[in-house]
Ligand binder design. Structure first.
Ligand SMILES: Nc1ncnc2c1ncn2[C@@H]1O[C@H](COP(=O)(O)OP(=O)(O)OP(=O)(O)O)[C@@H](O)[C@H]1O
Length: 227
């Protein structure tokens, strides 16, 4: 499968540069974890790659296909936004039929967490239940590359573990870029970590760098990683 390649991506809001000549790529079977401080531009980056937000400049392609907007990227790039995106007054079963191609529906309908919710309306689901449905609909689209913005938000620990194992199991088929403030789970899930700061992406090779970069305190690092 062709690689997802992004370069020369630049974005400013009100003359403030948020993303400055960003380069990132992802290949099939790869999970990239994107982390950074609040406001560093992670969501903006994912929205621009997907095509939901305009960039000042960008070059996005999957293989030889250049992606300029959401329409170009259909069946190639799928995106889970930070905020809930499903319409309310509609059953989960109908949402699955609406969002997924016929051949992709059974695996979601048969899912152990989805099955008990099929006849409920989206508005009657808890925040975490909604998130599982949204994640599965995004992953099981026809797209080859999946962008997940805060998939673990509002999800209980046991479901986070389930989502991580689920994505790992599915990873051979697609490529993923995942961002979340739950850095432990992003680090656990990802093959590579990239850190966004001052508009630039930096590859992290050693978790200790996250202290040097000011992402986490030494105390937190020692508590989490030095047992
Ligand atoms: N539509 C907009 N108009 C003006 N500024 C914006 C807009 N959207 C985002 N910003 C600004 O761009 C910066 C990056 O925002 P973004 O949401 O991409 O950050 P983030 O890294 O995802 O943050 P968080 O981790 O808090 O979700 C922030 O300073 C934000 O205030």
């Amino acid at each position: 499968m062709s690689k997802l390649h992004i370069d020369s991506l630049t974005k400013s809001y009100n003359n403030k540069i948020i993303l400055s000549d960003v380069f990132i790529s992802c290949k099939k079977g790869e999970i990239k974890g994107l982390i950074g401080l609040n406001g560093s531009g992670k969501s903006t980056l994912l929205k621009i790659i997907y095509g939901a937000e305009k960039a000042d400049s960008k070059f996005v392609r999957v293989g030889n296909k250049i992606i300029k907007n959401v329409y170009d990227g259909r069946n190639l790039i799928s995106y889970l936004p930070q905020d809930s995106f499903l319409p309310n007054n509609i059953s989960i079963k109908s949402l699955i039929n609406l969002f997924l191609q016929k051949e992709n529906r059974p695996i979601v309908i048969e899912n152990e967490y989805v099955k008990p919710l099929l006849n409920k309306k989206n508005q009657d689901l808890s925040g975490g239940e909604k998130r599982i449905i949204e994640i599965l609909l995004t992953i099981h689209s026809n797209a080859k590359y999946i962008l997940l913005d805060e998939p673990f938000n509002g999800v209980s620990p046991i479901i986070k573990d389930y989502i991580i194992e689920y994505i790992k199991k599915m990873k051979l088929l697609k490529g993923y870029i995942v961002t979340d403030h739950d850095y432990e789970n992003v680090i656990n899930l990802a093959d590579k970590i990239v850190y966004l700061q001052n508009g630039y992406l930096k590859e992290i090779n050693d978790k200790k760098e996250l202290v040097e970069l000011g992402y986490m305190s030494k105390t937190t690092y020692n508590t989490v990683y030095k047992t």
